[in-house]
Ligand binder design. Sequence first.
Ligand SMILES: *Cc1c(COP(=O)(O)O)cnc(C)c1O
Length: 393
Amino acid sequence: MSKPLLKKLRPQTRLLKSGTAPVYQGGKAVNPPVVRASTVLFETVEELASMRARRNDERIFTYGARGNPTAFALEDAVADIEGGYRTRLFPTGLAAIAMVFTTYLKPGDHVLIADCVYQPVRHFAETFMRQFGIEVTYFSADGSDIAEKARPNTKMLYVECPGSLVYELCDMRSLATLATANGWLLVADNTWGSGLQYQPLALGADVSIMAATKYLGGHSDVMMGTVTTNEKAWQQLAIMTDAFGMTVSPDDAYLVLRGIRTLAARLALHEQHALKIAHWLRDRPEVARVFCPALPDHPDHAIWQRDCKGTNGLISFEFVRADQQVAASFVNRLGLFGIGASWGGFESLATIADMKAARSVTDWSNSGAIVRLHIGLEDPDDLIEDLTQAFTG
Ligand SMILES: *Cc1c(COP(=O)(O)O)cnc(C)c1O
């Protein structure tokens, strides 16, 4: 069937049909295009049917709810930096985590979760997993009590390394050996490592999750989660992600792609500034302990040295005094640090870490008040002046 000629159409129709396929010669833009689409068009009914039949195994663009070419470009980039087989994208880091639990666990299963996880994981465990008959047990961040807490129906070991707030590390390689021997899936939240400073898949994890909201995006203007798997774990994730209609907008994918071009340069500066401030904090009389895995006195420093390529802008410190009001007044006096959740953007942030709420296996009832800092790209001497006036003010 020959298509009607555009010039014979009336103006109202021409508005819809003209300018839809620009014709030009020349080179190629540096960046992949932002392809906004719900409907995707095919030449024939047969072509649409054959593309649909192939899309479960191959990456084929058939409908906006199953991903878009901009998101595909980002998936490839993330799979590459994570050292994985393939990647899927989610609207937030937490949505990525929830999808992983939902994909690989079913009623009657038991999951072992590390004590140092990002706190909303506990909320998901309480509100969703327990309701759906999935048993949850928390284990010590170093993995030492896994053997005694494992059950015959254990299916997954869920870890975060280094952990949220005080950066406990586990020996991922030995956890991978244990998981393989028992037939458990080993899942790691790699938001801290951001694919550059730490690589759980290379150490034997099956699935690695990142909140791209943090360093990959890097500018506090986009939310996204990534799940990267090895080849064995891939099919199950792909099927379940499609079943739930999970994808991200091409505009958001574009922002994260833009962010990762400067990831190494930004991380190097975050690390350098954070280390300078960590060393400075150690000499303050108000400070009992500084938590940063790159410091030789961090309890898991040896593992960090062996398994990580560097650190990032996150450091936490414990006041000599337990009084939470002392920490709150300190944070309120800060001028350059924003008070807010999240981290990984270009800017410095401070929050109070409620360790009693964030841990259930380890006992933090006798510790001083703890503040978590995200050290941004500002001049660290300006940040030190700000911290000084907040301590003495
Ligand atoms: C922030 C964070 C998440 C969740 O990411 P969102 O995009 O904010 O949902 C998950 N894990 C860790 C370790 C995080 O710090």
